[in-house]
Design a binder for this molecule. Structure first.
Ligand code: BGC
Length: 255
């Protein structure tokens, strides 16, 4: 029970990596606040599944690209479970467009959902931890692409690059309060964000071939690591990024 009685917020918590984190955190003993913007029925069935297993969870339809939406999440955690221990900035989107193709609207949306939300999520979570007088954890679900170009997905890479420095800088600033700030950086994971790759056998084959472990990750594999980083097992880890990519970033054709 790595997160016994801890209260955890997960943004984008009803699908993909977020959903897997919600399930893993609840199984690790946490009370979970599930943020979502679409598919309320999936959130309800996720909550029912958690409750059937003896866990506690609540859902909130909140737009995390606004400070008001993020504030509502923190308030829900405090009102429902009496406080906050872990804030997981997981929500993310990508446009798969290059620098030449990306519109102003696409750029803004990607930056707001991936980076602005993590910046103000970090700020609000930290303020709550300081007000409570407790050490908390902020975990940002970043990507290998915080440090590794993905041509044809430029705005996403820009946002994840920003997340890299958010974690490094905020981690330094918040260390004196005992607050840890970390990035978890997955490679290719079997989630809706990769649906177009998974639906194209040619693309999937070349992606698998580029990964030293030879396959994409299961969301649960990412979620297990997220729970560990949020727990005291990782008590001395802050201001840094943990890569979980099956070796993807170090892959080499050996020429
Ligand atoms: C992106 C995916 C990509 C993967 C590996 C992820 O962060 O969301 O589109 O396949 O990185 O490159």
């Amino acid at each position: 029970m790595l997160l016994k009685e801890k209260t955890v917020i997960v943004t984008g918590g009803n699908s993909g990596i977020g959903e897997a984190i919600v399930i893993a955190a609840a199984a690790a003993g946490a009370n979970v606040v599930i943020d979502y913007v679409a598919h309320p029925e999936e959130t309800s069935s996720l909550i029912a599944r958690i409750e059937a297993a003896g866990g506690k969870a609540v859902g909130l339809d909140a737009d995390i690209s606004t400070v008001a939406g993020l504030q509502a999440l923190v308030q829900t955690a405090v009102e429902t479970f009496g406080g906050l221990d872990v804030f997981i900035n997981n929500a993310g989107i990508e446009t798969r467009t290059s620098v030449l193709e990306t519109s102003e609207e696409q750029y803004q949306k990607v930056l707001d959902i991936n980076l602005k939300s993590a910046f103000f999520g970090t700020q609000l979570a930290a303020k709550q931890f300081i007000a409570q007088g407790t050490a908390g954890v902020i975990l940002n679900i970043s990507s290998v692409h915080e440090d590794w170009p993905m041509p044809g997905n430029t705005a996403y890479c820009v946002a994840k690059g920003g997340m890299r420095m958010l974690t490094r800088t905020a981690g330094v600033e918040l260390g004196e309060h005992g607050i840890r700030v970390l990035n978890l950086c997955p490679g290719a994971v079997e989630t809706p964000i990769n649906a177009s790759t998974m639906a194209d056998p040619g693309k999937l084959k070349s992606l698998d071939a580029a990964i030293p472990l030879g396959r994409m990750a299961k969301p649960e594999e990412i979620a297990r690591m997220a729970v560990m980083l949020a727990s005291d097992t990782a008590a001395y880890l802050t201001s840094t990024s943990v890569f979980i990519d099956g070796g993807l970033m170090q892959g080499s054709v050996g020429l």
